[in-house]
Design a protein around this ligand. Structure first.
Ligand code: ADP
Ligand code: ASP
Ligand code: MG
Length: 338
């Protein structure tokens, strides 16, 4: 069994989704569980809608909802799904998403209240939408895919906006709902990034959290491999937006990769590797635009002959203060004053 996570750019339009379906199909013998992000840009658009609503700009918010979210998905459905009945069912589903989001915008604009709990609920639509479409596209490609609701699988605490997965209840839920399906040859399609607390209230794991979702699911299910499919060839020697000539790193240790992720290499959510380390599950970073490239393998032990410095990452908005004191003798409370 493997877990495959596909990021937003890997499912951003009809062509990308059809390519993603080929990749998923190519792995069907390995019994994949598929974890998906929202289509690229959709989470940001949902946040914008909520923020505008909270400022009382309901009409502007509804324009973004229509143009950047609903119509975008309608275009994907029209260009991707062949069956008219299936198209129709999906469009009906999206009509209710549209209505629900409009009601939410209305509610937020009246109360002006945008709590982390509300914003989590709004953001969750992005992943719910992408998974609905990809499941249907896989079915048309004769794959036995089934849409799951991660809010019944990824059980978290109630820290809205950066909820922490609770491994034991998540494991129990996955054993009950995911394992039997995988054993029957079904490919479960679930939302990354979102979950729910014990009361069933929607939570999210923090921006970029779908990588983390994949790792948690891989860990509780004892997967053989966790594949993170994205838009670059793997973990690179630097951020390619800043250093376009950055090179792919073939192998790295969990420690190296988590340090890089923590210090700004956006290709992995910083918490991703923690659960994988515990169960020693290899993590592959792969390029959905160039699936033939071997990507980066992250595992516990790597060849000691490997170069010691692999990659440079950086974080914006950090200030380092060097503080020195000439006279510390008896200067009680110095650190506190600082
Ligand atoms: P996804 O939507 O698939 O999760 P992200 O945008 O979150 O993708 O992460 C992939 C991006 O991370 C790359 O397109 C690249 O711009 C950026 N990135 C930053 N640092 C690195 C690095 N060291 N190696 C690879 N990619 C990096
Ligand atoms: N869609 C979420 C985000 O944009 C999660 C993810 O893509 O990993 O932050
Ligand atoms: Mg990401």
């Amino acid at each position: 069994m493997i877990v495959m996570k596909l990021g937003g750019t890997s499912i951003e339009d009809a062509a990308a989704i059809s390519n993603a379906c080929d990749i998923i199909k190519s792995r069907s013998k390995q019994k994949p569980i598929v974890v998906l992000s929202a289509a690229a840009g959709v989470t940001n658009a949902l946040i914008r809608c909520a923020e505008l609503a909270a400022l009382g700009k309901r009409a502007e918010s509804e324009v973004i909802l229509r143009e950047k979210i609903i119509e975008r998905h309608y275009t994907i459905i029209a260009n991707l799904i062949q069956g008219l009945r299936e198209q129709d069912l999906l469009i009906r589903q999206f009509k209710s998403y549209d209505e629900e989001l409009r009601s939410l915008i209305y509610g937020i604009s009246i109360t002006g209240d945008l709590s982390p709990r509300v914003i989590d609920f709004v953001m969750a639509y992005g992943e719910r939408m992408s998974t609905a479409i990809v499941t249907e596209a896989l079915r048309e490609a004769k794959v036995r895919a089934e849409l799951m609701d991660s809010r019944h699988l990824m059980i978290t605490n109630s820290s809205f906006g950066r909820a922490e997965p609770l491994l034991e209840p998540t494991r129990e839920a996955c054993e009950k709902l995911i394992r039997p399906r995988v054993e029957k040859g079904i490919i479960p399609i679930m939302q990354g990034f979102i979950g729910a607390n014990a009361q069933g209230v929607t939570t999210t794991l923090g921006r970029g959290g779908s990588d983390f979702s994949a790792a948690v699911i891989g860990t509780v299910m004892h997967a053989d491999d966790i594949e993170i499919w994205t838009d670059v060839d793997g973990m690179l020697t630097a951020d390619p937006n800043i250093v376009p000539t950055a090179l792919r790193i073939r192998e790295m240790s969990f420690r190296e990769a988590s340090e890089l992720a923590y210090f700004g290499a956006k290709v992995l959510h910083p918490s991703t590797l923690l659960p994988a380390i515990e169960k020693d599950i290899p993590v592959h970073i792969l390029n959905s635009r160039r699936p033939q490239v071997h990507g980066t393998l992250i595992k516990a032990q790597i060849d000691p002959a490997n170069v010691p410095v692999k990659s440079i990452s950086y974080k914006r908005g950090i200030t380092i203060l060097n503080i020195s004191s000439t006279r510390m003798l008896g200067s009680y409370g110095f650190m506190k004053k600082i």
